[in-house]
Ligand binder design. Structure first.
Ligand SMILES: CSC[C@H]1O[C@H](OP(=O)(O)O)[C@H](O)[C@@H]1O
Length: 377
């Protein structure tokens, strides 16, 4: 499917696009991805028939976003099992495709564990593959349910923090349906506010260099009929000065045990601005993003990406030409660029962390631990 992007009629939500789906074709099982590199100009699908193709899709952000990476990783293990590839090898490849989002490793290990358990109980290859697919589908469903619960917890928090019920929310990167089994994380809260008449404006940071905000969040906001305005990342400060931001809502890729939050680069400066201007800075993430095994934010590995993402503007071209061709130069040839994909916000700058299990505020290690303890009850 390569439909041209359609503008949503005001007030109507366009049908939900599946960011990822499993299918059984005559030639075998496949994982079909909505290629997020081509949005918003083109709703193109990417059909993955093996794990290397899925790893490449993850590395190039054809499929992206912490919760969806966990789901994609689990389906990748299911694809390996269903096609008779070495599952342990596939899991190792998938788990290391991108380093920062903890969800990826969680989804892969949960699926690979189901395979090992099935084989250990005497399952044959087909039965073991079915067990893995069942876990991938369970993870997909759990994330959709988590998304709904985060939206409700987020609405309650906004009502508490912002009486009056007409919110101007600034968001960064993309945290909607395109990164989730459901309606997303931070964007799901904004969507719930929109649906209940509480959203006055969604301010959308473009999110350089890959423009997840301009290309994806604006696309999702348009399809949802929201009132939204795009801004360059460096314009956010003047919005705070103008008193135009009631709250910041962002997602997360990894939350350390002390409450430090790794998220798309540019999140930390927003947290500092929010603190200075006494604006709530709210992180929305499922508990699959919490990593008690990482004690502090300083221990989170921040993915460093190619400088070409900064020095070149991708030029839309047929997917098969994507790999070798360069983009439109934005800097002199040979310019070196610093391109961390994420930054880390310390807990003292975070007003609250909203998860499907409830909200942690103030954000402390003890609060994070208590939240995770609820999971084990
Ligand atoms: C729902 S959290 C999504 C999270 O993932 C994004 O990173 P990327 O686009 O590189 O996968 C960004 O950090 C978002 O907050």
């Amino acid at each position: 499917m390569a439909d041209q992007y359609v503008q949503t009629r005001d007030g109507e939500e366009s049908p939900r696009l599946a960011s990822l789906r499993w299918d059984e074709l005559p030639e075998g099982p496949v994982l079909i991805l909505l290629d997020q590199r081509r949005l918003p100009a083109e709703e193109a699908e990417l059909v993955c028939t093996d794990v290397p193709a899925l790893v490449q899709a993850i590395r190039t952000l054809a499929v992206r976003g912490a919760p969806l990476l966990g789901i994609a990783g689990a389906y990748g293990v299911a694809l390996a099992a269903a096609r008779g590839y070495d599952v342990a090898e596939a899991a190792a490849l998938l788990e290391t495709a991108r380093p920062t989002a903890v969800n990826l490793g969680y989804g892969v290990r949960r699926a690979a564990g189901a395979y090992e358990e099935a084989v250990g109980k005497g399952a044959d290859a087909q039965e073991a593959a079915a067990a893995v697919l069942a876990v991938a589908r369970e993870l997909h469903r759990e994330d959709a349910e988590a998304s709904e619960r985060m939206a409700q917890h987020g609405l309650v928090l906004l009502d508490e923090l912002l009486p009056g019920g007409s919110h101007r929310i600034l968001t960064h990167c993309n945290t909607g349906r395109l990164v989730s089994g459901g309606e997303g994380t931070a964007f799901a809260v904004a969507l719930a506010a929109h649906r209940t008449g509480r959203l006055r404006k969604l301010w959308v940071d473009e999110t350089r260099p890959l423009l997840q905000g301009a290309r994806l969040t604006a696309y999702e906001a348009a399809r949802s009929g929201m009132s939204y305005t795009l801004l360059t990342d460096n314009a956010a400060g003047s919005l705070f000065v103008a008193g135009e931001v009631d709250a910041v809502l962002i997602g997360a890729d990894r939350i350390a045990a002390d409450g430090s939050v790794a998220n798309k680069v540019g999140s930390y400066p927003l947290a500092v601005l929010a603190k200075y201007h006494h604006v709530p800075f709210i992180v929305v993430a499922p508990t699959t993003t919490v990593d008690l095994g990482t004690a502090h934010g300083a221990s989170i590995e921040v993915e460093q990406r190619s400088g070409r993402e900064v020095t070149e503007m991708p030029v839309s071209r047929a997917a098969e030409q994507e790999a070798e061709a360069g983009g439109l130069p934005l800097a002199p040839l040979g310019t070196q660029a610093y391109n961390p994909a994420f930054d880390v916000t310390p807990p003292e700058l975070v007003t609250a962390i909203v998860t499907e299990e409830g909200t942690v505020s103030p954000v402390t290690g003890a609060g994070i631990a208590e939240l995770c303890a609820r999971l084990r009850r």
